[in-house]
Design a protein around this ligand. Structure first.
Ligand SMILES: Nc1ncnc2c1ncn2[C@@H]1O[C@H](COP(=O)(O)OP(=O)(O)O)[C@@H](O)[C@H]1O
Ligand SMILES: [Mg+2]
Length: 293
C-alpha cells in the first residue's frame, strides 16, 4: 500500500520521467538513445597507447586503439582496475602529471596530437569538462562554482556578461529552476543530485567540446541518476561524451558506443546494442551478463 502510494506520488512529481524510473528499476536493458554513426566526426583518436605506473612496474594500458566520436556518448566498461579511469585521464593529460608515469603512443583531438608543442596543457584541458564520481562542488556559492572557470580562463571577460553566462550553464545542466533563488548559497548545501548537476554546470563553464565523466551517478539515488542521464543525452547534441560506468543498464541507456577493457587491454568495442546483446568475446559476454566484474 505504502509502496503504491509512493509510486503514484513519484509519477505525479516526475511527470514524463516516471517512464524512465520504471526502466531504471528493472533489469531489462533499454536502448533509448540512438545508435553509433560511423559518419560522425571522429573527435578523439587513440592510437597504440601504453601507460605504465610506478616507473614501469605496472603496465596499466596496453596498446589501446580507439576512436571517440563527436555527438555520441562512449561508455568505458570493465572490471575494477582495468584502466578505465587511467585512460579517461590520459585524454585530458592528467595521467601524465602523476609521478612515475610513462606513456607511449598518441592521442589526436580533432586530428591534432594533444601533446603538440603548439598547445599548452592548460589550454588543452579547458576543452575537456571533468565530472567526478563524488559530487565535489567548491565550498563557494552556486554562482561562483560556475563563474570561476569562465573568469580565470578568460571565457567571460566583462563582469556584466557573467550573470547571463552563469544562468546559461545552469540551464544547460538542468539546474537553473532549482537554484535561481539560491545563487549565493554554498554549492555544498544542495542535494547530492543537485551538486552533481552543479559540477556539470561547472564543467561546462570552460566551454569544453568533450565531457569526461568517471562514474558520475555512483553516489546518486535513482531519481537523481535519471536526471543526470537525461542531461547526458541532452549534452550529447553538442559534445563528445565519455562516461565510465559499472552499470550495464546505464551504459545501455546513455551510450551509443561501448569500449570493454580487461587488465589494461581494450577487448571489444562497438555499437552499444551490439556489444550488450551480442558480444563477440567470451570475456565481454561474461562481464555484460554479470558473470564476473
Ligand atoms: N596513481 C596510481 N599509481 C599507481 N597505480 C595506479 C594509479 N592509479 C591507478 N593505478 C593502477 O592502475 C590500474 C588501473 O587503474 P584504474 O584506471 O583506476 O582502473 P579502473 O578505473 O578501471 O577501476 C589498477 O591496477 C590500479 O591499481
Ligand atoms: Mg575508475
Amino acid at each position: 500500500m505504502l509502496e503504491e502510494f509512493t509510486f503514484v506520488n513519484l509519477r505525479v512529481r516526475l511527470g514524463n520521467r516516471s517512464l524512465k524510473m520504471n526502466t531504471l528499476n528493472s533489469n531489462r536493458l533499454t536502448f533509448g538513445n540512438g545508435h553509433h554513426h560511423a559518419t560522425n566526426h571522429v573527435k578523439i583518436e587513440i592510437s597504440a597507447l601504453n601507460l605504465w605506473y610506478d616507473y614501469g612496474s605496472l603496465h596499466a594500458l596496453k596498446n589501446v586503439n580507439l576512436m571517440i566520436y563527436d555527438r555520441e556518448v562512449t561508455a568505458f566498461i570493465g572490471p575494477s582496475g582495468c584502466g578505465k579511469s587511467t585512460l579517461l585521464k590520459c585524454l585530458n593529460r592528467i595521467s601524465e602529471t602523476i609521478p612515475g608515469v610513462k606513456i607511449t603512443g598518441d592521442i589526436l583531438l580533432d586530428g591534432m596530437s594533444i601533446h603538440d608543442k603548439a598547445i599548452e596543457a592548460c589550454r588543452l584541458r579547458r576543452r575537456f569538462g571533468w565530472v567526478a564520481q563524488q559530487p565535489n562542488p567548491f565550498p563557494r556559492s552556486v554562482y561562483e562554482n560556475v563563474a570561476y572557470g569562465a573568469r580565470i580562463n578568460g571565457i567571460v571577460t566583462e563582469r556584466k556578461d557573467m550573470d547571463a553566462f552563469v544562468e546559461g550553464c545552469l540551464r544547460a545542466a538542468d539546474l537553473w529552476d532549482e537554484v535561481k533563488d539560491r545563487l549565493w548559497e554554498s554549492g555544498t548545501r544542495l542535494s547530492g543530485g543537485q551538486q552533481q548537476r552543479l559540477c556539470i554546470a561547472r564543467a561546462l563553464s570552460t566551454k569544453p567540446d568533450v565531457i569526461l565523466m568517471d562514474e558520475p551517478c555512483s553516489a546518486l539515488d535513482p531519481n537523481a541518476t535519471a536526471r543526470v542521464e537525461e542531461l547526458i543525452d541532452e549534452l550529447r547534441k553538442n559534445h563528445a561524451i565519455v562516461i565510465v560506468t559499472h552499470n550495464m543498464q546505464q551504459a545501455s541507456r546513455v551510450s551509443q558506443l561501448v569500449a570493454y577493457f580487461h587488465l589494461g587491454e581494450l577487448i571489444e568495442t562497438g555499437n552499444t546494442e551490439e556489444v550488450m546483446l551480442r558480444p563477440k568475446t567470451r570475456m565481454c559476454s561474461d562481464y555484460v551478463t554479470g558473470r564476473f566484474g
